[in-house]
Write a protein that binds this ligand. Structure first.
Ligand code: HEM
Length: 119
């Protein structure tokens, strides 16, 4: 069987670095930084790595809450979501991830849009 996207990306260490970089960018971005005020970013990064591991074909434990439940009261707009997508792409480019793999990652994140955006 072909390697999973998780393995092709480089496994836990690459994913952890990507999520760490992504949260740093999100915390600095004027449009979406307010969502992360007073949040424990280290803990959020670990949860996000766990989520992405499963979404990319690895096998971490399952979350207790669904993506929809988690983001329901946050009021995230389509525009906010677009900001996350472009910051994620910027991160993958910086890390030298090849373009076809970038597209696979972004397509999986894009699939979550309807659960996360509220409008
Ligand atoms: C602009 C887009 C997004 C914003 C502003 C955002 C914001 C947040 C915030 C504020 C939390 C903490 C909520 C809490 O602890 O109650 C959170 C948790 C989380 N988010 Fe997002 N999120 C976004 C997109 C995404 C996407 C695209 C995914 C996955 C595909 C995702 C997956 C998660 C996960 C797994 C958690 C951790 C939940 C837990 O187990 O506590 N988020 N997000």
């Amino acid at each position: 069987m072909a390697d999973s996207l998780y393995e092709r990306l480089g496994g836990h260490s690459t994913l952890f670095e990507a999520m760490h970089r992504l949260y740093e960018k999100m915390q600095k971005h004027p449009k979406i930084s307010h969502y992360f005020e007073n949040m424990d970013i280290e803990s959020l990064t670990r949860k996000q790595v766990s989520f992405m591991t499963r979404a990319f074909g690895g096998s971490p434990p399952k979350e207790a809450r669904s993506l929809k439940e988690i983001h329901d009261n946050l009021g995230i707009s389509n525009h906010d979501f677009n900001v996350l997508i472009s910051l994620m792409q910027e991160t993958l480019i910086e890390m030298g991830i090849e373009i076809a793999t970038q597209h696979e990652v972004l397509a999986i994140i894009e699939n979550a849009r309807d659960d996360i955006v509220k409008n």
